[in-house]
Design a protein around this ligand. Structure first.
Ligand code: IMP
Length: 440
């Protein structure tokens, strides 16, 4: 069992993303000294409502909306400087103080050619495409791992190094980019190293004061008794090793990515809070056994405003997959679970929970972290009575209708982790704290 008052906390999505992690991070941020992104890039989309104002965050740690926490972009993130600068400008114009941002000098940079490659690869794969966010995430991580032309944030302030790396990258990539354009029947794109280096240097000039060694920063803070909040982007079932591969993102987006992506030891991660929606959603391609392609699905999508924060794409919607959530609780070592969007499920006669899968090899209650195998699984449901009451004004468990409480209790007993808070609306205040002192 985790320390009841740990010095560091991680907030991790237990499904396919968009679980409402931003709202929880925002609530927790005021009690921490730094909020830390350790994976992903501008593919993530946190949407946080504070005082009726909606903020859309992509690269920026959500803690920047709090009054005191430092926002840290760790080494495991891939940073699109153009997107980050846009976000900084947009938040500043909304009155947010963005000066508490620190970016790892080792975080890799998403450059314009990564977005070209992402787009081309998706066009090339057509029917087999992953449905990426086209933010250049996979190609940027690819360069990092291949070690040939990866550009790191620190390089943006060293013109000679930057120029050399970008030139090499363009030489390497122009070969395949031309071929792919030809094969996909697209107009040829020629990557121009001069233009890209000049652009990257100008971004570097603006970002230079924020670039630092975040590994020493975070470890020193921890040693000095400060509290760290690790903010997972994307989510567990999109983890490159443990998700529904290949329909995943290119980083370790579960809690397992924290140590490598922030440069901290496992003992630093004190408590893991998993975040799950009261139903399932997914953006992009890949299996989703409980998907609803009917009026029920449409209604949940409308009510839950299930349209991507990053791409605006309508999200795929389905009943809650407890097999998947229980797997994610296990994988992350989640000490507690924050449930979000329970209010969206008001008005259905019955609610379904997936408790096992039927597969060509028989029934199983284990998750199948493999795209091809999971696509052959069909859900085995348990059906519970629905509820009609509007939950958005509920602030305690007692105020919930009996059927809603029964739904929460069944989930809790199946996943084997306590549900410490329940979201009943988008605003910070629209939350039921089930175990005060534990959740937040
Ligand atoms: P990529 O991360 O852009 O390469 O996209 C890979 C897959 O992950 C696609 O199916 C995306 O829709 C999905 N994905 C990436 N980030 C998020 C997120 O923050 N929320 C939901 N889906 C995401």
């Amino acid at each position: 069992m985790a320390d009841a008052n740990p010095r560091s906390t991680a907030v991790i999505g237990l499904q396919w993303g968009d679980e409402g992690k931003g709202k929880l991070v925002d609530r927790l941020a005021g009690k921490h000294d730094a909020t830390v992104r350790f994976n992903g890039g501008a593919n993530a989309g946190h949407s946080v409502v504070v005082g009726g104002k909606r903020y859309a965050l992509h690269l920026m740690p959500s803690g920047v909306l709090s009054e005191r926490a430092l926002g840290v972009i760790g080494n495991g993130v891939v940073v699109d400087p153009e997107a980050l600068l846009k976000e900084i400008d947009a938040l500043s114009s909304q009155g947010v103080d963005t000066s508490r941002l620190v970016i790892s000098d080792r975080a890799h940079v998403v450059l314009p050619y990564h977005k070209v490659e992402d787009e081309l690869r998706e066009a090339f794969l057509s029917g087999g495409a992953i449905g990426t966010t086209k933010r250049g995430i996979g190609p940027a991580y690819g360069d990092k791992v291949q070690r040939s032309a990866g550009v790191r944030m620190g390089d943006l302030t060293r013109p000679d190094v930057l120029r050399e790396k970008v030139e090499l990258a363009c030489r390497l990539k122009n070969v395949t980019v031309q071929r792919m354009c030809e094969e996909a029947g697209l107009a040829p794109t020629v990557l121009n190293a001069d233009e890209i280096s000049a652009q990257a240097l100008s971004w570097g000039e603006r970002l230079a004061p924020m670039i630092d060694d975040t590994v020493y920063l975070l470890n020193t803070m921890y040693r000095d008794g400060k509290r760290l909040l690790f903010e997972g982007a994307n989510a567990t079932l999109l983890d490159v090793d443990h998700g529904t591969y290949p329909y995943v993102t290119s980083s370790n987006s579960s809690a397992l990515g924290i140590c490598a992506g922030a440069g901290v030891a496992p003992s630093v991660v004190g408590r893991v809070i998993g975040v799950m929606k009261a139903y399932s959603t997914r953006v992009g391609a890949g299996p989703m056994p409980t998907e609803l392609s009917d009026a029920t699905g449409d209604l949940i999508r409308e009510r839950g405003r299930e349209f991507g924060t990053t791409t605006g794409r309508p999200r795929r919607v389905g009943w809650l997959d407890l097999v998947a959530v229980r797997y994610s609780v296990m994988l992350n070592g989640a000490d507690e679970v924050a449930m979000t969007l329970l209010d969206v499920l008001s008005g259905f006669d019955e609610l379904r929970l997936c408790v096992a899968y039927n597969t060509p090899d028989g029934q199983t209650d284990r998750f199948i972290p493999d795209g091809a195998r999971l696509s052959r699984a069909t859900p085995v449901y348990e059906t519970l009575p629905g509820f009609t009451q509007d939950l958005t004004g509920c602030r305690s468990l007692d105020e919930l209708p009996v059927a809603a409480r029964a739904y929460v209790e069944r989930i809790e007993s199946f996943i084997g982790a306590p549900i410490s808070s329940i979201g009943v609306g988008p605003d910070r205040e629209q939350t039921i704290d089930v175990s005060p002192g534990v959740g937040v």
